[in-house]
Write a protein that binds this ligand. Structure first.
Ligand code: PMP
Length: 296
C-alpha cells in the first residue's frame, strides 16, 4: 500500500529500496515507542511539487528528537532536500512524507548508541475523509504534560490516540475528541479542534495539545482575513453550544464536525467560516508562496 518494488526510501543516510528497508524486532523503538516522527505533505503546484511548511515540520522533528534525547545530528534544510529527492525519485508530487527517528537494539530503557533516520514518501488521501464527522467526547484524556512531552511527536504517545480512535469507532463514531486531565477540551486523535460561535473562532490553547502546523496556518489565515480567533481554555459545554466545529491536521486537512455525541452542528451555510477557510487553505497548499507563511 505504501510502496512497491520501485519505491526508494532513505535509511540511515543511504537511499535503499523500500522493500529492502528493515527494522529489528529488538529495536528499543519498536519495543517501547521511543521514536519521533513527522507527518508532512507535498502538493503539486504550478512550479512542481512543494512541501508545505517544510521548515516548520523538519524543525519540529528536530525539537522532538532533542526533547527525547535521541542521539542524532539533524539539519532541517538537509532533511528538506532529502524529502525533495525522494519525491523526485519516486515520481510523486501529491504525497505524504514520513520521517522516523528511531533507536537500535536494546531491551533497556536508557539512552542508546546513535539513533537512525528513516524517511519514506507515499500517496495518501485525507485520512478522515472529506465528509463532516460524527464524533464523541472520549473516555480517554490526553496525556498530562508532566507524563509526556506533549508538544513532541513521539511514537509512544500515539497509543493514547489509538485507544481513543478505536473506542470511538467501536461505538459508531468517526472520531474522538479528547479532553485534558482537567476536563478542558484538547483535540482530536491526530487533529486540532476549532469551534465557531457567532462568527468567531475558538481553539484550545497550548498545554495539552500538539500545536499543529495546520492549526497555526488557520490562525494566520484568520488574522489575514480579520476573523476573530481566540486561543482559550474551552469546555465540553462550549463545544456543544457552538454553531459549528472542525478539525485540522496535515493528514486530515480541514474536516467539519457534524455532531459531538448527540449534539448536531451546522455544516453548511453562508454564515459559516470554515468552508471559506477550507478554500483559502486549499489555495495556499497549491501555491508556491505557501512557504513564506510565518514560523510556528
Ligand atoms: N495532534 C496530533 C496528535 C497529531 O498527530 C497531529 C498530526 N501531526 C496533529 C495534532 C495536527 O498537527 P499538524 O497540523 O502539524 O499536522
Amino acid at each position: 500500500m505504501f510502496y512497491n518494488e520501485k519505491s526508494y526510501v532513505y535509511l540511515d543516510g543511504a537511499l535503499v529500496k523500500a522493500s529492502e528497508a528493515k527494522i529489528s524486532f529488538y529495536a528499543q523503538s519498536l519495543n517501547y515507542g521511543n521514536a519521533v516522527i513527522e507527518g508532512i505533505r507535498a502538493y503539486k503546484t504550478e512550479e512542481g511539487a512543494r512541501i508545505f511548511k517544510a521548515k516548520q515540520h523538519f524543525e519540529r522533528l528536530q525539537r522532538s528528537a532533542n526533547i527525547m534525547g535521541l542521539d542524532i545530528e539533524l539539519d532541517p534544510k538537509h532533511l528538506e532536500e532529502m524529502a525533495y529527492e525522494l519525491l523526485e525519485i519516486n515520481h510523486l508530487e501529491n504525497a505524504y512524507i514520513r520521517p522516523i527517528i528511531f533507536t537500535g537494539d536494546s531491551m533497556g530503557l536508557r539512552g542508546l548508541s546513535k539513533a537512525k533516520l528513516f524517511m519514506g514518501v507515499f500517496k495518501w488521501t485525507n485520512y478522515l475523509g472529506k465528509k463532516p464527522l460524527r464524533t464523541c467526547i472520549s473516555k480517554y484524556c490526553r496525556p498530562n504534560s508532566k507524563t509526556f512531552p506533549i508538544e513532541a511527536k513521539v511514537s509512544g504517545t500515539y497509543v493514547n490516540s489509538i485507544l481513543a480512535a478505536n473506542h470511538a469507532t467501536k461505538n459508531g463514531f468517526h472520531e474522538a475528541i479528547l479532553k485534558d486531565d482537567q476536563g478542558n477540551l484538547a483535540q482530536g486523535t491526530g487533529t486540532n479542534l476549532f469551534i465557531e460561535k457567532n462568527g468567531e473562532l475558538f481553539t484550545p490553547k497550548r498545554g495539552s495539545i500538539l500545536p499543529g502546523i495546520t492549526r497555526q496556518t488557520i490562525i494566520e489565515i484568520a488574522e489575514e482575513e480579520d476573523i476573530t480567533l481566540h486561543e482559550a481554555m474551552l469546555t465540553e459545554e462550549d463545544l456543544k453550544n457552538a454553531d459549528a466545529a472542525f478539525l485540522t491536521g496535515t493528514a486530515a486537512g480541514i474536516v467539519g464536525i457534524q455532531s459531538v455525541d448527540k449534539t448536531e452542528f451546522l455544516t453548511e451555510g453562508d454564515e459559516l467560516i470554515y468552508p471559506k477557510l477550507t478554500q483559502l487553505y486549499t489555495d495556499l497548499l497549491r501555491s508556491s508562496y505557501s512557504e513564506n507563511y510565518t514560523i510556528i
